[in-house]
Design a protein around this ligand. Structure first.
Ligand SMILES: [Zn+2]
Length: 218
């Protein structure tokens, strides 16, 4: 089995996390992965049901978003994913969803403030808001890169649209999308109870450092 086929299989399978964690409705979310060592990406085809996502159904595009291999046309978000890979060489996976709580913050145009330890761990600060951009050209990609550049957060809330997350690989980007929705919901609930108590910059730094460098299996 070729490495590219294995990656197509992995990207197809990873889409099941979007449904499992309630991040998508109908066909609205997508996962992509950079093909290691090549100027290519693997992404979900446009408008195909999550039940029908197989390795064969995945499409391969170049980093300008043009179709290279596959029977379907690529996701309409391919241009945005490709822009991220072109401008952020450390990124190996990108996820896009309209998960409801995070998108509610995006519609409000408000960053999610860093008020809980799990958020400091994963995001190292607030989850920022990116600009409003129409779908279909480089504008969304530029908004994602400009907002995340120099930011610890692997997630950005694109105004009036939804969430884009990045990671070293597609699995990391999915984790960021799952955690983004989780903190969006919890901070929303906290605000319904009153004013959340902020974490200090020092507390956030300590939590982020421990989680990124010490936590888990090494
Ligand atoms: Zn979208």
């Amino acid at each position: 089995m070729s490495d590219l086929y294995q990656l197509r299989m992995e990207v197809a399978r990873l889409h099941s996390h979007l449904t499992r964690w309630g991040l998508i409705t109908w066909t609205s979310g997508n996962v992509s992965a950079r093909v290691p060592g090549e100027d290519l990406l693997v992404i979900k085809p446009s408008g195909v049901s999550y039940d029908d996502l197989t390795a064969e159904a995945m499409v391969v595009c170049d980093l300008d978003g043009a179709l290279v291999e596959g029977d379907y046309s690529p996701s309409s978000d391919t241009e945005a994913h490709a822009y991220v890979y072109r401008h952020m060489p450390e990124v190996g996976g990108v996820v896009h969803t309209h998960s409801p709580y995070a998108t509610a913050w995006a519609i409000h145009g408000e960053p999610i403030p860093c008020v809980m330890t799990a958020m400091a761990d994963e995001f190292g600060g607030e989850i920022p808001v990116g600009p409003f951009a129409l779908i279909g050209d480089a504008e969304i990609g530029r908004g994602i890169v400009d907002t995340l550049d120099g930011h610890r957060s692997p997630a950005v809330l694109m105004r009036s649209h939804g969430v884009f997350t990045i990671g070293r690989g597609p699995r990391d980007a999915i984790k960021a999308a799952v955690m983004c929705e989780d903190v969006a919901r919890t901070v929303h609930l906290a605000r319904a109870l009153g004013t959340p108590i902020p974490l200090t910059g020092k507390e956030i730094d300590a939590l982020y450092d421990r989680y990124q460098n010490v936590y888990g299996q090494r």
